[in-house]
Every structure is written in structure tokens, then in C-alpha cells.
Design a protein around this ligand. Sequence first.
Ligand code: SF4
Length: 331
Amino acid sequence: MSIPHAQEIAQALVDWFTAHGRDYPWRRTTEPWAILVSEIMLQQTTIPTVLGRYEGWMAQFPTPAALAAATEEEALRSWEGLGYYRRVRALQAAARAIVQQHGGQFPTAEADIRALPGIGDYTVGAVLSFAFNRPAPLVDANVSRVFARLFNDTTPVDSPAGRKLHWKWAAALVHPTNARAYNSALMELGQTICTGSSEPDCLLCPLRSWCRATNPAALPVKLPRKEITAVEHHDILLLTPAGLLMEKQAGGKRHEGMYRLPRRPAEHCAALPHITDQKYSITRYKVTRHLYRAPADTVPLPGEEFIPLSELAATPMASPDRKLVNLYTGE
Ligand code: SF4
């Protein structure tokens, strides 16, 4: 695919980023492990949250070998507050592959990076360009928004046709010698100027001379959203001298390996004293969790165990559980 003015567009992005790019810890390094960690963290977590966690996490696991040697519980615990725990499991699997297959040295060949567990097209592009400055394309939601407006294109960006088109544009436009700044610029332009939450600030945009958008606020077009589903859970709280009763999640669930307050059928809880309701959203689910106090003679079900209070801090659990556990164990 050839794009008119591709070189000028790419150079304008690089120049703009050189003058206006933001300083983040992951932009001060070209170490591929540090880049990979930042990219995995940033995929589903906001920049301010990642800023508060990234350097501490890197100090804990500065190399693939350090994460490879950690237990799964340690890895999950380190990820608390960042959400989407499959990411840290995949990161640990990648770290172990780097240790076992590459002697602990981060691979440099694209095929080897792509073969690491949990690494998709976006992450390959990010590692190749940010760590090695190779002309590799990348597309994320910010880049897609910029492209849809720049080319005034109404193909839904989250459709297979839209994704294919955007990756072709990304490959055709990528700067041949400064992909590091170019890809950073594209993403940052989408975050700060060509934004989705408000009108784009076109007067400040380095691409305005080439931008074809006639109504930028109407772009990008997306497929109809999946409906939000309301779900209710009925959980119990049982604190004894042996500790807090918790259930270890298993069976390939989103939170496999993490602990949560034990779940019971609604009818089982009907006669129990109600403590509180907790509401939160996760992906397309709106969750209401009803919490009940369980009697002292409650028999643990398979998979449930008493965790001593002194071990709760090191026990991995998702943020909603951590809040309740801290609240009701006085942490
Ligand atoms: S000119 Fe406006 S709509 Fe076009 S890419 Fe720049 S900020 Fe986005």
C-alpha cells in the first residue's frame, strides 16, 4: 500500500514527538524486558496507575530470570491493583520461555519474540520499535482513532476489515529510521490531541495539513457495543481463630490461582445475616456482590481453606476482594 505524503507524515510525527513527547520511565530505557513489562501493564491499565506501579514492579522483577523464579502466587500478588491477571501469568510464561529457550537473554529475532507466550501483533511492534528501533508497525486504540480521522475512513475499527486496513496503514507509514519516536508519537497524538473523549485539538495537530476528516468527532466508527450484563453473587465471610475462609479459584477462570471470599447459592444465604453489598464493573459485567456472615460451624467446601491473618497480605486476590478483606479483618 502506498500513501501519498507518507514520508512527510512520518517525519512530522517524529518532529512533533521530539518537541512535545512526554517523559515516562519506560521511555528512558531501550531494555526489551523493561519495554515488554510496560507494554503489558499499559494494555488494560491507565497511565497514571502504571506510573505508580511500574518502577516498583521492575525493582522486584528486574529481569526475566527474576520473574521466572517467582512462584505464581508471588507474581499474582505483585499484580494486585493492575487487574486483568492473565497478563501477569502470560508475562511469567514469557519470562520462563526466555530463560529456558534463550538462556535468559531477551530474543532479538522477530520470530522468536512473536513465539513468546501472550505476545500479540501490538506487543511485537512495541518491542521491536521501542527497544530495537526497528521499523515495525503497531496499532492500538489511539493509533486507530488517528488513522480513521486522518484518512476519513468509516470502516468499523474493531471489525476484521478495519483491523486489517489499519495495520496496512501502520506498515506503510512507519518511519524507516526512527520507529521508536514515530510509534510513540502516533500513540501520544491519540492520547493528547486527537482524543476520543472530547473534540480533537486540530489546531495543535502536526498532521492537520494532510488530515481528511470532515467530522472528526464522528470517527472512529465502531461495531455496536455488547450489552452490559448484570450479575449477582452471594458470598460469605467467616473469620475464626484459624483465619479467614477463602476459596482458591481454579479451572481456567479469569482469576485462576487467586483467592476470593467463598461463594454460595442465593438460597443458602437467605437465612444468614447480611453484611453489605459491593458493586463493581468488570469488562461488560456489572457485578453486585451480597456479603453474608457465615456461622462458625460452616464446613469448608473443596477448594476452600482458612488463611491465617498473618498470611493475607501475601495472598493474591482481586481488588474487590482485597477491599472487603481489609475492611473486615481490620487491615
Ligand atoms: S487534524 Fe484533527 S482529526 Fe485530524 S489527525 Fe489531527 S487532531 Fe485528529
